[in-house]
Design a protein around this ligand. Structure first.
Ligand SMILES: [Zn+2]
Ligand SMILES: [Zn+2]
Length: 245
């Protein structure tokens, strides 16, 4: 897509937990690198991990079959490596899983009726450096859901909704891009246990919590972490007061 350096892309970022909710929308130039977008994505997990001193600079965006790894920080981890190792070492297993993902009900029925004449292949996954990859270097489909993963396993769907040529009504200062065109109003996090009350505490690396970071109301936090006589049940976690975003 080299001709699309001058394109303006409209890109949507979805919420990591309420996955159907759009969190942000940007106008990005085709000539911009994926890190320029990444640095503008705002996710509460980043802030919580920062506060806990567990901030991890690694991350990747998977667009079609290309892993774009953010390796700018010397301590960043190449998240795609274990996936490539797995693809190499357990090819049959990977192929079977891949077929399950891509084949719908109809294909399953055809397969049952006609046997399996087609030998499917795994896509040729590639890995590139996020900060050296521009949107115009990639092949993508408008409206398809792609993946942004950071802080271990905080996952967001990314959708390239629209693409058009730069025109005179666009903001002329190219340094102003990516331009934020939509931001979800911050909502109070609810307690992940009762799902009723506002969260007042957030824990990180909490051995018995269902999520990481995990949000609790006062009541559920104390029920889960303290015994009736008020002694702490376990100490494998860090806890912070949570004031909503
Ligand atoms: Zn996130
Ligand atoms: Zn609760």
């Amino acid at each position: 897509m080299e001709h699309y350096e001058d394109a303006v892309l409209c890109i949507e970022i979805y919420h990591s937990r309420r996955t159907w909710v759009k969190a942000q929308e940007f106008l990005v130039l085709g000539r911009q690198t994926l890190t320029e977008l990444r640095d503008n994505i705002c996710c509460a997990t980043d802030q919580v991990m920062q506060k806990a001193g567990k901030h991890n600079p690694s991350g990747y965006i998977l667009i079609e079959d290309v892993f774009c790894n953010d390796l700018r920080d010397p301590s960043a981890i190449d998240y795609s490596k274990p996936i490539f190792d797995w693809l190499r070492n357990s090819k049959d297993d990977a192929l079977e899983k891949w077929e399950c993902i891509i084949s719908g009900e109809l294909q399953q029925k055809q397969k049952a009726l006609l046997g399996d004449p087609t030998i499917s292949r795994l896509p040729h996954f590639k890995a590139v450096d996020m900060h050296k990859t521009r949107f115009c270097d990639l092949q993508f489909r408008l409206g398809a859901g792609y993946l942004y993963c950071h802080q271990g396993d905080c996952r967001h769907t990314i959708v390239i909704r629209d693409m058009r040529l730069f025109h005179p009504e666009d903001v002329g200062d190219r340094a102003a891009y990516p331009i934020l065109t939509f931001q979800l109003k911050s909502r109070v996090q609810k307690c992940c246990v009762c799902k009723i009350y506002r969260a007042t505490k957030v824990t990180v690396d909490d051995k018995w919590a269902p999520e990481n970071p995990c949000y609790f109301c006062d009541n559920c936090y104390f029920l889960l972490h303290y015994s009736e006589d008020g002694s702490l049940l376990y100490k494998e976690f860090s806890v912070y007061d949570y004031h909503h975003e």
